[in-house]
Structures are given as C-alpha cells and as structure tokens.
Ligand binder design. Sequence first.
Ligand code: NDP
Length: 280
Amino acid sequence: MQLIDGKTIALGIRADIQQEIARLKIRPGLAAILVGENPASKIYVRNKRKACEEAGIYSMEHSLPEETSEADLLSLIRKLNDNPAIHGILVQLPLPKSLNERKILDAVAPQKDIDGFHYMNVGKLTANESGFYPCTPLGVIALLKATDVKIAGLHAVVVGRSNIVGKPTALLLLHENVTVTLCHSKTQDLPQICQQADILVAAIGKARFVTAEMVKEGAVVIDVGINRTEDGKLVGDVDFESVAKKASAITPVPGGVGPMTIAMLLGNTLQAAKWALSNG
Ligand code: NDP
C-alpha cells in the first residue's frame, strides 16, 4: 500500500513555485478577504498567507466585520480588481448569510479569480478550456498523478457534489479521460457503487463515512474530508485504518489533500501574475 504523502508533495510544489518566482524576478500579490469571525476561516486565511510569504508572494488581508454590507464588500473587490500589485483575490467562504455569495464571487475579475469560483472560470472548466480551476480538486488530480497509477480509462467514483469540491473534481477527472460516477446524499446503493471504483474520492464532510466494505481491493482512495471528532482529533471522510488494508494507495488526513489545496492556490496566484505580466 502506498501512502500518498500530500504534505511532502505539496512542499515540493511550493519550492518549485518559490524558485520560479525568484527566477522571473516578479512579486505576485494575493489579497484575502475575510468577513466575520469564523475561527476555521481565520486559520485557513492565516495558513494561506504564511505559505504566500514563504513562496515570495506578497499577501494582504482585509478582515471585515460580520455586518459588512454587500455594497462595501463589492466596492473593496472593485478596488482590488484595479490594483496592479494584486494578481489574485480570495474571498474566504462561507460568507455571512446576509451576503449574496454568487454576486460577490462574480465581482472578482476572472483573471484574478485564483479560487476558480467566478462563473466564467466555472464555464471554462466545464468546457475544458484554460482558466482558473478550484484548488482542492486540482490538488486531488496532482495527488493521483503522483501515484504510479495511470488514471486514464479507469472508473472514479466521487462522493459529494459541492460546487467547490465534488463537482469540479468530477470534471477534472473527466478531462483526464477517467470514467466518472458522481454520487451524493440521494444516491441509491452508494456502497455498491463505491465498490466498483478504481479511484474513490470522498468529499462528504462526515467522519470515517467510507468503510472497508465500500472499497474495492486495490482501489486508490483520496480523502478530501476534514472533520473534527468529539475528542478533538482531525479525521477524514474515510475510515483510514480499515480502508488502508484494502487500498493500493491512500491519502492520510491530515497530510493528504489539505496541504495540496494551499500549494495549488500559490500556483494559481503565480499563473495570475504571469498572465498580468504578459498582458501589460
Ligand atoms: P458540502 O457540505 O458542500 O458537500 C457535501 C457533499 O456530500 C454534498 O454533495 C452531499 O450531498 C454529500 N453527502 C452528504 N452526506 C452524504 C451521504 N450520506 N451519502 C452521500 N453523499 C453525501 O461539503 P464540501 O464539498 O465543501 O466539503 C466536503 C468535505 O471536504 C468537508 O469535510 C470539508 O471540510 C472538506 N474540505 C476539505 C478541503 C481541503 O483542502 N482538504 C477543502 C474544502 C473542503 P447533497 O448534495 O445531496 O447534499
């Protein structure tokens, strides 16, 4: 069984990005917008900013109060769209319920939309055209490519159909010529479908939901889930202990997909800066 070491793979990617930034002598800039006091979001933004600084990416943070109006947030995004020192804009989700998430995400200039959430980038992903794609799904693909398995032609089952993880992961797999089944909470006979997967991606948000009985012998298992158990432990959507005995390769949690998400964000920011450079 191969343990897919996302932490080490991500560090390698981050080192490559750092080197490329140094070689090109550029200073990519990322602006993170955080609205409200969600503790997990604060940690995510802090980690993303730290990773940026290490890679040579300038980062700024706008922490706004929970009661920020839509007009004020849109006005900030417009300013950042016009700021030539900023190449990537990240609006940390979830936003407070009072704000129209779709409207906010679509206000980010598509060429600065390093999370790949703008409609234009969603469309480009669907059409398999180059654009910014969401970071966690990009991380999933990069991890699969880091295994010895040739994924084209295989059958992947993705459990979870969210717009930020499950659905874009299914599309990226499809573009890699994988045959994809996308499952969700209304799927019938989920265990039986999962058993048919050569590649099983769990993006559900339920601790240790995927058990060994749901996994085919020799499958590659990618666990996107991040869940905290009652005793404070971080676990994935996959019951690692039992599934690892059946899988040919599996990601751990923590240390699997999580670090890759940040590495992909840095990569997208570098790409945005290079785009700005070549388009004056
Ligand atoms: P969402 O809650 O948006 O989506 C969960 C998906 O799982 C939904 O499509 C839902 O189906 C499906 N689902 C829920 N229960 C079941 C069930 N019993 N059987 C089958 N499908 C089910 O979560 P996200 O996609 O945002 O995140 C998923 C997980 O990934 C979370 O643990 C999150 O913390 C983690 N995550 C990790 C990241 C990383 O960097 N590693 C980044 C982002 C998320 P339906 O649509 O029918 O409701």
